[in-house]
Design a binder for this molecule. Structure first.
Ligand code: F3S
Length: 63
């Protein structure tokens, strides 16, 4: 599983990181770091929860 990060949509809500801080890394101002996220095996559940928690829909799950 991979997460496509759309930085232009991120408003710094940080809900993704509060769900899974080891998967969703934020910069000093609380915005998601650029670059797609490759989800490790066994991390699909927290990754999908974090991605779905973003109110701006900045995190797109893909296979
Ligand atoms: Fe940004 Fe959404 Fe996370 S707005 S910090 S990607 S919850």
């Amino acid at each position: 599983m991979r997460i496509i990060v759309q930085n232009a949509k991120c408003q710094g809500h940080a809900r993704c990181a509060s769900q899974a801080p080891h998967i969703f890394k934020l910069d000093d101002e609380g915005y998601i770091l650029p670059g797609d996220i490759q989800v490790a095996e066994g991390e699909e559940l927290p990754a999908s929860r974090g991605a779905r928690s973003c109110p701006e829909r900045a995190l797109e799950l893909t296979r």
